[in-house]
Write a protein that binds this ligand. Structure first.
Ligand SMILES: Cc1cc2nc3c(=O)[nH]c(=O)nc-3n(C[C@H](O)[C@H](O)[C@H](O)COP(=O)(O)OP(=O)(O)OC[C@H]3O[C@@H](n4cnc5c(N)ncnc54)[C@H](O)[C@@H]3O)c2cc1C
Length: 375
């Protein structure tokens, strides 16, 4: 295999890091969404990364997208904002592009690429988390359209999104079946709840969404009617890969901060880097980054070659999330009491990281999937 990135990929990576450092690190927006930053990343063209040029995107391949997402996670210290961008690109806009009907692509894609419309995905409900297919949200055909009723929970981008990919039961028997719909926030019967306060990812607002006799036009069905489980599986495959790619960049950024700190912080008359208990933590960070990057490139290769990466993304998700959290915890330990204060960025990095073993399917569920495939 060729692990050499092209000149263009390296150049693009540098441009993204420079752009992110200059435009996306305003501390004022670490805990709240910034429309100004959203406009800047839209103008930079980043949102259309993998959308075909016919719809106004950049038409990049998935390896370039992997490099780009890692670079964004490295340059942008606002992990919540990166989460907003990823939810928009991978599990909303990308699903419309890959599986939507022509009318929907024509209607939504240009605005989403230009950032005029923000996307979100709505699977989870108050009583159905890991067991997503036990969802209660229901839709049935009425006068050529669909009538949607139900409620979704923990929807990232909820309070700021214009377009939601909503999963609903559309057949109860003989086989329970699901369908994915594009629902606009302005459709009648859509109610968006208040921002739910979380321990991290503050720049990404989250809410409940309720649908009461909401009429969804038939051209807003994504994929085939009653085959929404296929869209769901694909959505989670994209999410488990590309929403975790920036965490590799974040690990690299945190590791570099640790290296600076252990060089300048002295105890017992010498820099703390001279204590193996400290330096080995940084070696472990480097090992995680390298291993995660290899997995990411393999998945990108599978995607570029139109192959399934079903079990690979579960392994990647578990590996990255657990090592990202470990990296943040070790960084906190290295920074000592300073790291525990709000004066330093480490406590926020840890708070942001902790949720990644939960979202996108918990790590326990990923381990179930990996084992089911094996045995
Ligand atoms: C930051 C964040 C953002 C999110 N964004 C979105 C979003 O945009 N859209 C959306 O639809 N959802 C979103 N979610 C919801 C997320 O998908 C769910 O939290 C997740 O699927 C787990 O569901 P739950 O929280 O209800 O936990 P539960 O399913 O109640 O699980 C509780 C615990 O039991 C374990 N458990 C449950 N079943 C099993 C089993 N069979 N085997 C082993 N262990 C099991 C779980 O691993 C977990 O540890 C988000 C969540 C977070 C934290």
């Amino acid at each position: 295999m060729d692990f050499q990135l092209t000149k263009e990929q390296k150049q693009y990576r540098r441009e993204i890091i420079d752009f992110a450092r200059k435009n996306l690190n305003d501390e004022e927006y670490f805990e709240k969404f910034s429309e100004d930053m959203w406009k800047k990343i839209s103008d930079f063209g980043f949102l259309g990364l993998v959308i075909g040029e016919d719809y106004g995107g950049l038409g990049e391949n998935y390896l370039t997208a992997a490099v780009a997402l890692e670079a964004l996670g490295y340059g942008c210290e606002n992990n919540g904002f990166v989460f907003v961008v990823n939810n928009h690109i991978w599990v909303s806009q990308n699903l419309i592009y890959l599986y939507g009907q022509k009318e929907a692509k024509d209607k939504y894609l240009a605005d989403m690429i230009e950032g005029k419309k923000i996307g979100a995905i709505a699977i989870t409900e108050a009583d159905s988390g890991s067991d997503a297919l036990s969802m209660g949200t229901y839709a049935y055909e009425k006068d050529g359209n669909y009538l949607l009723n139900g409620s979704k929970m923990f929807i990232s981008n909820g309070p700021i999104a214009d377009v939601f990919i909503v999963f609903a039961v559309t057949q109860k028997e003989p086989v329970k079946s699901y369908t994915a719909f594009i629902v606009e926030k302005n459709f009648e019967g859509v109610y968006i709840g208040k921002d739910i306060e979380k321990m991290g990812l503050g720049a990404c607002p989250t809410s409940e969404i309720t649908f009461t006799n909401c009429i969804v036009p038939s051209e807003n069905v994504i994929g085939r009617f009653n085959e929404g489980h296929i869209i769901l599986t694909n959505a989670l495959e994209w999410e488990r890969c590309y929403e975790f790619a920036p965490h590799i960049g974040a690990m690299q950024r945190i590791m570099e901060k640790c290296i600076d700190y252990v060089n300048q912080r002295k105890q017992f008359g010498k820099p703390i880097k001279q204590y193996q208990a400290v330096s080995h933590k940084i070696s472990d960070m480097k090992i995680s980054i390298e291993m995660a990057r290899l997995m990411l490139y393999k998945i990108a290769w599978l995607k570029d070659n139109k192959r399934s990466a079903y079990s690979e993304v579960s392994m990647f998700k578990v590996f990255v999330s657990e090592n990202y959290i470990k990296t943040c915890r070790d960084a906190l330990q290295i920074f000592g009491a300073y790291g525990y204060t709000k004066e330093y960025p480490i406590e926020r990095e840890l708070r942001d990281a902790l949720s990644c073993s939960i979202y996108s399917g918990t790590n326990e569920m990923q381990r179930n999937t990996i084992f089911q495939i094996l045995a």
